[in-house]
Write a protein that binds this ligand. Sequence first.
Ligand code: AMP
Ligand code: MG
Length: 354
Amino acid sequence: MTMTRRNFLKLGVGVGLGVGLGAALLPVALSPAHAALVSREMYVFGTLVNLGAEGAEPEVNHALDEIEHRFLGMNREWHAWKPGELSTLNAALAEGRAQAVSAGLEALLRGASHAAQASGDLFNPALGNLIGLWDFHSDVQQRAAPPSADDVAALCACAPSMADLRFDARGVSSVNPKVRIDLGGYAKGVAIDWALDHLAAQGLHNAVVNLGGNLAIAGQRDGRPWHIGVRHPQGEGVIAAIDAQGREAIVTSGTYERYREWDGQRYPHIIDPRSGQPATHVVSATVIHADAAWADAAATALVVAGAQDWPALAARMGIKQVMVIDEQGGVAMSAEIAPRVSFVGAPPARVEVV
Ligand code: AMP
Ligand code: MG
């Protein structure tokens, strides 16, 4: 059946884990579901989080309680600008001191460093001072003048990088005092991987974890693939549907979601580390990959890479399935993702397989 927007959205009631930002679980046309999906919604990481797993209610709820608890802990400890373990580390880095860190934070920093290196530092979580300069350290949308070009250029010239970090017996330090860690482009992916691992360890192998549109699934839903919608970056609703099963993350990084506005101009919250300016040409990059943390880092880097350079970067990071949407609404896809994407509603103005 070819999906039109109408019949697609009308299909059955199935599961309802609310439309998030980048991706969402969609209702599917099934006969009445046999396996119960026990689900939960919470607000953490500054976004709506949906979790669900098939199984007996008490067991699933117990696992979801543990995940909720862990997510709240991650949010507290890894927050980019609120007091917690990461902000304590950032204060030490700025003063040139070493700081002892937990094994969890060290693993996170090492993972983020690896992804940063693989992305040629287009994914660069060391640029927290630039994020601060742009005043993106806020839970509410900003309406204020952008920083001066001189201030941005001066900070950019200091070239903060994860490669400046040193790990030794004293803890973590930086040879560059301008390094300030912001894991906003990575920690959600790590949290998703942790949650799916935790559910699997409890024997819950059919599950979904959606952190504000950064979504991953395990197994199947009622014996069929999970049915995922990718949100339209420039409008309401869904632009495409993708079926997924096994262990897959579908992560979208978008410049439409968080930004500041000044004098009629939008300044998205993803910064090009080369210029210190917001990345504007790609409005969204969706990545499918087994590892949600890697997909999260890659999606951010692909937005920065832009419409010309994303295929080379994806290849360099070992990401095969990518869909990129540009400012004009044109869609470019890798050959590996193309057969999996069904557009919903009016087809995009331009669709290109790269
Ligand atoms: P995401 O939604 O995963 O693309 O992450 C965006 C968030 O990552 C922003 O809100 C910033 O906190 C941070 N960020 C912005 N630009 C970059 C970048 N070039 N590399 C790494 N993190 C970034
Ligand atoms: Mg990201």
